[in-house]
Design a protein around this ligand. Structure first.
Ligand SMILES: Cc1cc2nc3c(=O)[nH]c(=O)nc-3n(C[C@H](O)[C@H](O)[C@H](O)COP(=O)(O)O)c2cc1C
Length: 192
């Protein structure tokens, strides 16, 4: 498919319809190679990737359950099971985090976050191009210091998203997208 057509039909796949098989090692390395081409002011390489697959998913589910119960001791069984179900169902999780250089003379933290977000997008696009589906999710776990520590991230690292990647069940229809013109105008000179 033409690349622009491909980009125009990009879409997330809900985790509930993602399953086996997941990408193999070579494919994962390809996705990560695509990620590190993200535009990156100052070549700071702010992105960090944590790959979670196989049995490690169950171990992460335990981490998430403990973190949830610490934040919310009365969390319902359904809430706990949702995290577990997601990790059992989806074969691959890539956690994308930004390790921000504070007080950089030229590159503010916001730009470093953008670079990391673009890296995350590249992974999702590469996965979709190889026939997989994926979705980026955050939620309270992304901001929980205990989750970051368990993943081997620093307390000050910012989790940009949990990328859940697997094989979509059935065909996904292209989504209706807004008209870009609604958000766009030609600038022809000072407005005021
Ligand atoms: C950084 C980031 C975090 C997100 N976190 C969530 C989330 O926690 N839960 C959710 O339902 N959607 C979340 N989304 C939105 C989905 O990833 C997805 O974009 C949305 O479901 C729309 O689907 P689409 O990408 O096909 O347009 C997040 C998106 C971004 C960029």
């Amino acid at each position: 498919m033409d690349i622009v057509e491909f980009l125009k039909t990009r879409g997330s796949t809900p985790w509930r319809v993602l399953g086996e098989p997941g990408p193999g090692e070579e494919e994962i390395q390809e996705f990560l190679a695509a990620a590190v081409t993200a535009p990156d002011h100052g070549a700071l390489r702010p992105w960090r990737f944590v790959v979670v697959r196989g049995d490690a998913r169950e171990a992460l589910a335990d981490v998430l359950t403990n973190a949830l119960l610490k934040r919310q001791p009365d969390a319902s069984e359904a809430t706990i099971e949702k995290d577990r179900d997601r990790l059992r169902r989806v074969p691959l999780l890539i956690v994308v985090a930004a390790s921000i250089t504070e007080d950089h003379p030229k590159v503010p933290p916001s730009e470093q976050l953008v670079a990391t977000g673009l890296a995350a997008q590249a992974i999702l696009l590469a996965a979709q191009a190889r026939g997989y589906g994926g979705v980026i999710l955050t939620g309270d776990h992304a901001y929980d210091p205990a989750v970051k520590a368990a993943l081997g991230l620093k307390a000050e690292d910012q989790i940009v998203g949990f990328l859940y990647i697997g094989t979509p069940e059935g065909r996904t229809r292209p989504k209706k997208r807004p008209d870009a013109a609604k958000f766009t105008r030609d600038w022809t000179g000072p407005v005021s």
